[in-house]
Structures are given as structure tokens and as C-alpha cells.
Design a protein around this ligand. Structure first.
Ligand SMILES: Cc1cc2nc3c(=O)[nH]c(=O)nc-3n(C[C@H](O)[C@H](O)[C@H](O)COP(=O)(O)OP(=O)(O)OC[C@H]3O[C@@H](n4cnc5c(N)ncnc54)[C@H](O)[C@@H]3O)c2cc1C
Length: 500
């Protein structure tokens, strides 16, 4: 691709309708329909491959430019709404990983799906932004193992797990330990991560799988489903710190909006709507003693804006390409970051295939979890002959998974998915109208052991006038981390603005 092609591709991000962006047929022709869609990656890959544009003379000015309109960027913008800000977002809608869509009146989440129970501080923030939390009805979880469905498998159903008694005892012990850890001030349970007790960081040194070694192997097997659903990788790839941190909220209520966490992004975006520039792809950020210069593509033109400060709310592997002058220590940390790849499959059916719990963990590959899209949406009570959507999580690991996603050929995986569903719900195929796959290239930061001890400072410290948001700066792929990272970056910038 040459520079002109790159500009055309980058501009096309803004020209294509969102749902159709980069949509390809997966190659499976038989009914029901099978489609693969996802974000357009061409411009991002061009940026990776060094097709940078020379900055033009700035034509605009702002106090703060925020790059990335995901939840972290929107949170930063929300805290800076009294300043002159501009948010550059490459997609035609804000929200990043939070994006909801509709099929036959059913709202479903293509990405981020539910919120964990907030602590007091976060609950107050949700209230301030006008987000109304309503607890999702129980049971919110279930497990399918050894041909058996167990509702509320960490709660009342624990005794019904299809395992020998000693294994069930081990599950009960694990549950007790996680609940105790959730209350232990020295355990790694807090977000922002810096708020954890210094002793909590001892859990950084080992993998979550190592920590789980004290229980029956079946406990690890079940929690592998959980970590693959949250990070895209198994318990062997993440630290005990990260695993315990996420498990701390697993036994509390959850909050689900129709269309998932897009509802959070919508609330955050509301007051800053006029400062959002969509279909604007940032290419380069430089700084000197007078301020920052941000170069971006919008409406097929390369533009530059000057500001007093910038916040980068994109993942670090993207930030790395936008910051040519980034000092070595930051560069080394950014380069070490790893991200899981992910595929989400919406199964659209003319009748209800499953609705006994909000989510169903499945030991049968390739999907690890199924969620009922309209769990909190008003629907005809007990009526089974109505359209329904199930959302399937298909973690893809790292590089190998990305290779499959980039090949645009998911036929082998689709066949396994369809066969897995048929095994779970015999006869379901006849009721399925379509499978819509959505690919996420690098959505989840992989929190490997020693993540914070090796990278922490460089991920959270501002570099001159450039502050870093994005949930990956917290090392945890969740909404709470995005909100914490956005708030921290906004505070850093406000301090800077007050000084200058
Ligand atoms: C499939 C999936 C399911 C999830 N489920 C849950 C869940 O149930 N609960 C939960 O708490 N968390 C969940 N998460 C994680 C959570 O949603 C994310 O951690 C959070 O939304 C990340 O927000 P962010 O702002 O840090 O990053 P992102 O959402 O990645 O936002 C980054 C933004 O930057 C934009 N951008 C990138 N490059 C450029 C550029 N060069 N110029 C301009 N813009 C650019 C992107 O388009 C994007 O909008 C899920 C994530 C995924 C992918």
C-alpha cells in the first residue's frame, strides 16, 4: 500500500456504514446465513507498517485533544467537559469495545456486556453521569459440564456439579477463599490497581494457574473458561493478581443493559457530543515546549491540531506507532504489552434456544460462554416461539488467533461452533436464522505475571504533555479499569493546565 492508498483507506473508515465495515462472507454458503464482520483494520495496519504522514500546519486549536472515543477516552472527556476539548475517534460511533446492535427488536452486545457491582465511589460516578443501574435477575450464571446443566454453579448449584465429592469440596473451598479474599484489604481486589495494598502485589509473581494449583484440576478447568472469556487466554497466561481481582466481583450482583455497556458510553458521550469528531483517525502526536501537535485523517484530508495537552486513549500498541519521539523506557514497556484476540458470534433464531440463566459457561470448545441477549429486556413471558439472540464468546488466543481472523476464513471454526450448539441444544439448527461473527483483533490486554512491576510506571505516568488513558494502563480489560484510566489521565492534564 502506498501513501495515497493509505489515505484512501483511512478515509474509507469514515465512508462506510458501521455495521458493514470490513464485512466479508465467511465462505459457508448453506442456510442459515453466516457472516463475519468487525472493525476495519486497514488504516491501523498501515499505521503499524510505517505509512506516516508529514504533519501539516495546524488549522485548529484546543486545550486538550483526546485520541480514542472508547470508555476511557469518553471518561477523560467527561471530566474535562468544561475545557476546550476535541475527541478524535476513528469509528463512526463512539464506545470502542462497547457496542450494541439490534436484531428484530432484540438489543445485543457485540463487545462489552455487563457491569460488576460498583464500590461506593464508582456507584456515585454512575449516578452523576445519569446511568441507572438495575440488578440483573438471577440466576446470572450456569455451567454445562459432562452433559449436565448446572444453574448458579458457584452458588446453590455447587453441590450438583457432576464431579466426585472431593472435587465438589474443592469448588466449595475455592468459593470460600475467593469470598474471603474479596474482603481482605491486603488482597488484589481494587481498581485502580495502584490503590491495592503493597502486599497484594505478591500475587503478581505467579500465574493464576499456579495459584489454583491448590484446588482440584476441575476448578482450573472451569476458571479457564472465565479467563478465556475475559482475556482471551487461559489461567496459565495471566497473573494470580489479575485472576483474583476479577474473581473478587464474581459472587456479587451484575448489571446488564439491553445492548450491553454501550449504555455507559452513551451516557458519557452525551455532554461532550459537540466535541466528538468521529471517523477521525489519529496518525501522529508530537510535542514541544509550546504544546502538542496532533495529525489525523478526517473526511479524506490530513489535518493538524495544536493543543496544550493530549490524552491517548488507544491501546498501547497503537499509541506506540503514533508517538515517534517516545523515550526508550516508555517504548520498551509499550512493546512488551500483549493482547488477546477474540471472536463474538451472535446466534439469531426464530425461537428461544436457551434462557435459563444470563450466561452459560461451556466446557465444550470452541465457545466458552453463551449469554442471553435480551435477559434484561422486556419480552413475552415464557413464550418460546419468539425471535432470540444468543451471544457466544470465542477466545482466539494471541498471534495464531489473529492469523485466523485476518484470513477471513472462519468456516472451520464456524462448523465447530454450529456442531457445539447442536450438541448442547439438540435440534436447534433448524430454528437458527443466522450466525453473525464479529472479530476483535487486539481488544484485551493480557495481564501476565509481573505486569505492573515491569510496566506500571511507564503506563500511567504522563510523558510531558501527553497523558495515557486506556484500560490497558490498568492492566485489566474491564469497564472499571477504563473509567479509572480515563479519570487519572484527566486529572494529570488538569494539573498541567493549571500550571501552564
Ligand atoms: C468482546 C468483549 C467483551 C467484553 N465484556 C466486558 C464485560 O462484560 N464487562 C466489562 O467490564 N468489560 C468487558 N470488556 C472489556 C471492556 O469493555 C473494555 O476494557 C473497555 O471498554 C475498554 O475501553 P477503553 O477506552 O480502554 O478502550 P477501547 O474500547 O479499546 O477504546 C479505544 C478507542 O480508540 C479508538 N482508536 C484506536 N486507534 C485510533 C486512532 N488511531 N485514532 C482515533 N481513534 C482510535 C478505537 O476505535 C476505540 O474506540 C469486554 C471487551 C470485549 C472486547
Amino acid at each position: 500500500m502506498n501513501r495515497r492508498d493509505f489515505l484512501r483507506e483511512a478515509a474509507l473508515i469514515g465512508a462506510a456504514p458501521f455495521l458493514g465495515t470490513n464485512e466479508v462472507w465467511a465462505g459457508v454458503q448453506a442456510a442459515p446465513s453466516v457472516r463475519l464482520t468487525g472493525e476495519d483494520n486497514k488504516a491501523c495496519h498501515a499505521l503499524r507498517d510505517g505509512l506516516l504522514i508529514t504533519p501539516e500546519t495546524p488549522t485548529e486549536e484546543a486545550e486538550v485533544v483526546i485520541i480514542g472515543g472508547g470508555v476511557s477516552g469518553l471518561t477523560a472527556a467527561w471530566h474535562l467537559q468544561d475545557r476546550v476539548i476535541l475527541v478524535l475517534e476513528k469509528n463512526p460511533t463512539p464506545g470502542g469495545n462497547c457496542r450494541g446492535e439490534t436484531w428484530k427488536g432484540i438489543r445485543y452486545a457485540q463487545g462489552s456486556a455487563y457491569l460488576s457491582e460498583p464500590d461506593e465511589r464508582l456507584a456515585a460516578f454512575y449516578k452523576t453521569i445519569g446511568l441507572k443501574l438495575k440488578e440483573a435477575p438471577s440466576p446470572t450464571s450456569a455451567l454445562h459440564a459432562k452433559g449436565k446443566m448446572i444453574l448458579d454453579h458457584w452458588g446453590e448449584g455447587i453441590a450438583d456439579l457432576p464431579y466426585p465429592k472431593w472435587v465438589i469440596r474443592s469448588f466449595k473451598q475455592a468459593r470460600k477463599d475467593f469470598k474471603d479474599l474479596a474482603k481482605d484489604p491486603r488482597a488484589p481486589t481494587k481498581i485502580p490497581v495502584a490503590k491495592n495494598h503493597p502486599e497484594a502485589f505478591r500475587y503478581e509473581k505467579i500465574t493464576f494457574a499456579d495459584y489454583l494449583g491448590r484446588y482440584a484440576p476441575e476448578v482450573t478447568e472451569v476458571l479457564d473458561l472465565f479467563t478465556r472469556s475475559c482475556w482471551g487466554v487461559p489461567t496459565t497466561r495471566i497473573s494470580a493478581f489479575a485472576g483474583i481481582n476479577f474473581m473478587a466481583s464474581e459472587f456479587s450482583p451484575i448489571f446488564v443493559f439491553p445492548g450491553g455497556n454501550e449504555a455507559v458510553a452513551e451516557q458519557l458521550a452525551r455532554p461532550i457530543r459537540n466535541s466528538l469528531r468521529l471517523r477521525a483517525f489519529a496518525l501522529r502526536i508530537t510535542q514541544d515546549e509550546n504544546g502538542v501537535l496532533v495529525t489525523y485523517v478526517s473526511q479524506r484530508k490530513v489535518r493538524s491540531i495544536r493543543a496544550k495537552a493530549a490524552i491517548i486513549a488507544t491501546p498501547k500498541h497503537v499509541a506506540l506507532r503514533m508517538l515517534p519521539d517516545l523515550p526508550k523506557s516508555w517504548r520498551a514497556s509499550f512493546s512488551r504489552m500483549r493482547y488477546g484476540a477474540f471472536l463474538v458470534c451472535q446466534v439469531m433464531s426464530r425461537e428461544v434456544l436457551y434462557d435459563q440463566s444470563y450466561s452459560l459457561n461451556c466446557l465444550a470448545p470452541p465457545f466458552v460462554n453463551i449469554s442471553v441477549a435480551d435477559w434484561t429486556q422486556k419480552k413475552p413471558r415464557k413464550e418460546q416461539a419468539r425471535p432470540a439472540v444468543l451471544t457466544l464468546d470465542l477466545p482466539m488466543g494471541e498471534a495464531e488467533g489473529r492469523r485466523i481472523l485476518l484470513s477471513n476464513n472462519i468456516t472451520p471454526l464456524h462448523k465447530k461452533t454450529a456442531a457445539g450448539l447442536e450438541k448442547l441444544f439438540p435440534g436447534c439448527t433448524a430454528a437458527i436464522e443466522g450466525y453473525l461473527y464479529y472479530r476483535w483483533g487486539h481488544p484485551m490486554v493480557i495481564t501476565a505475571p509481573n505486569f505492573w512491576s515491569r510496566n506500571g510506571k511507564a503506563l500511567q505516568r504522563p510523558w510531558g504533555r501527553v497523558s495515557l488513558a486506556h484500560s490497558d494502563a490498568e492492566g485489566l480489560p474491564c469497564m472499571e479499569a477504563a473509567i479509572a484510566a480515563g479519570k487519572r489521565a484527566a486529572e494529570q492534564v488538569l494539573r498541567h493546565l493549571r500550571k501552564s
